[in-house]
Design a protein around this ligand. Structure first.
Ligand code: NAD
Ligand code: HSE
Length: 349
C-alpha cells in the first residue's frame, strides 16, 4: 500500500479539516484510492509546530484547541512555528500549504512552496497568492525537480474547475468564462435578500469559515480578481497580473438596491470574467452585476459558486458547486493528492 507522508503548513480551517478527514477516512481511501496519508509535521504561525516522522495521530491533531501555542502539548511539539524545518526536514513527500493568501506578493507562502519544490517535495495548495502571482516559476521549479505543484482549491474550493477545464474540456477551445467565484460575497448578497444587514452577513461568513483572514478581500472583489488571473492564465493562455483586471466589489450595494432588484425579478451577483478578444488579447474584470432571474448564474445562492465556460465547440458549459468552506476546500487538497498519485502510478514512481 502506497503511503504519502504529508506536512501541513498553516493549521487553520482548511488543513485542520484535512487532518479530520484523514482521521476519519484513511482506511476508506486505502480501499478506494490506493493510498494512505500520514501526517509527519505541522507548522502554524499561531499554534506552533510539531514534527513526528513516524506519523502524528490525526484524531489527536484535529482535536488540538485553536489556542496560541497549543501544538506544544503534542509529543515533539513546540509553541513556535517551524515552517522551514517542517517543510524541509520532516520527511514529507507532499506539503499541504494553506496559510493566509497574500494578494500583493504571494509571500511567505511562495517561499514555502519553493522550499518544498526545490527538494523534490510536491506541493498542494489552496492559497491563491502563489498561484496567481508565481504559478509559472513554481511549475517550472516543480518540473525541474520531478515534483508536482497542484492548486485545484485556489478556485471554487473543492468543486472541480481547473483540472476539469484542462483535462475534460481539452480541445473544446475555451474562449472565455464568467462566474460567481467568491463564496463570502455571494453568501452576503443572498443573506441581504433575506433581510440580514451587510456587517452581520460578513460576520456569519467568517464564523462559517468562508471568509479570508481580512474579509475586505472578499467583499471588495480582490479575491475574485486573483481567481480570474489564475483561470485566465491557466486556461486562456494569458499572462495577467492582478492589476490588469478591473475590480469593483459589493460593499456599495445597499439594502435598497437588493429590494429594488427583487421587485424587478433580478439578483445582484459579484461576477468575475475574462474573454479572449479577436486580436488575441484578454479582457478581464470583476464587478457586481444585476442578473435577470433567467440567467444561469442568478439562481446560485449562499456560499455556492458557479462558472460558465464559453467554448467554441461545445458552447457554454456551467459548473456549480461549493465555493468555500473548510471541508469543501480540504477536499481540493485530497483531489490534488489523488492527481499526484495517478501521475506517480502512471510514471512508475
Ligand atoms: N476557507 C475557505 O473556504 C477557503 C477556500 C479556498 C481557498 N482558501 C485559502 O486557503 C488558505 C487557508 O484558508 P483557511 O480558511 O484555512 O484560513 P485560516 O485563516 O483559517 O488558516 C490559515 C492558517 O495559516 C496560519 N498562517 C498564516 N501565516 C502563516 C505563516 N507565515 N506561517 C505559518 N502559518 C501561517 C494561520 O495562523 C492560520 O492558522 C487561505 O490562503 C485561503 O485563501 C480558503
Ligand atoms: N474567501 C474565499 C475562500 C475561497 O477561495 C471565498 O469566500 O470564496
Amino acid at each position: 500500500m502506497t503511503e504519502y507522508k504529508i506536512a501541513l503548513l498553516g493549521f487553520g480551517g482548511v488543513n485542520r479539516a484535512l487532518a479530520q478527514l484523514i482521521a476519519d477516512k484513511n482506511s476508506r481511501w486505502a480501499d478506494e484510492l490506493g493510498f494512505k496519508l500520514k501526517i509527519v509535521g505541522v507548522s502554524d504561525l499561531f499554534l506552533g509546530s510539531v514534527i513526528n516522522k513516524d506519523g502524528l495521530d490525526a484524531h489527536e491533531l484535529a482535536a488540538v484547541p485553536a489556542a496560541k501555542g497549543s501544538l506544544k502539548a503534542l509529543r515533539g511539539g513546540s509553541d513556535e512555528p517551524a515552517n522551514e524545518s517542517v517543510i524541509r526536514f520532516a520527511g514529507a513527500d507532499i506539503v499541504a500549504e494553506a496559510t493566509f493568501t497574500n494578494p500583493v506578493d504571494g509571500e511567505p507562502a511562495t517561499t514555502f512552496c519553493r522550499w518544498a519544490l526545490e527538494k523534490g517535495i510536491s506541493v498542494v495548495t489552496t492559497n491563491k497568492g502563489p498561484v496567481a502571482l508565481h504559478a509559472q516559476s513554481l511549475k517550472a521549479l516543480a518540473e525541474s525537480t520531478g515534483a508536482r505543484f497542484e492548486f485545484e482549491g485556489s478556485v471554487m474550493s473543492g468543486t472541480p474547475v481547473i483540472r476539469l477545464a484542462k483535462e475534460s474540456l481539452a480541445g473544446s477551445e475555451i474562449i472565455g468564462f464568467k462566474g460567481i467565484l467568491n463564496g463570502t460575497s455571494n453568501f452576503v448578497l443572498s443573506s441581504m435578500e433575506t433581510g440580514l444587514d451587510f456587517s452581520s452577513a460578513v460576520a456569519k461568513a467568517q464564523a462559517l469559515g468562508y471568509a479570508e483572514a481580512d474579509p475586505t478581500a472578499d467583499v471588495e472583489g480582490h479575491d475574485v480578481r486573483l481567481k480570474v488571473v489564475i483561470l485566465a492564465n491557466e486556461l486562456l493562455g494569458a499572462k495577467l497580473k492582478p492589476s490588469d483586471v478591473l475590480c469593483k466589489g459589493i460593499s456599495e450595494i445597499t439594502a435598497e438596491d437588493i429590494t429594488e432588484a427583487t421587485k424587478a425579478n433580478a439578483r445582484w451577483k459579484l461576477i468575475g470574467s475574462a474573454e479572449k478578444l479577436s486580436d488575441g488579447s484578454i479582457s478581464a474584470s470583476v464587478s457586481p452585476q444585476l442578473l435577470p432571474s433567467t440567467d444561469a448564474l442568478a439562481g446560485v445562492s449562499g456560499a455556492t459558486n458557479a462558472i460558465t465556460f464559453n467554448t467554441a465547440i461545445l458552447g457554454p458549459v456551467t459548473v456549480v458547486g461549493a465555493g468555500a468552506g473548510r471541508f469543501e476546500t480540504a477536499f481540493a487538497l485530497l483531489a490534488d493528492i489523488v492527481s499526484i498519485h495517478k501521475h506517480n502510478t502512471q510514471s512508475g514512481k
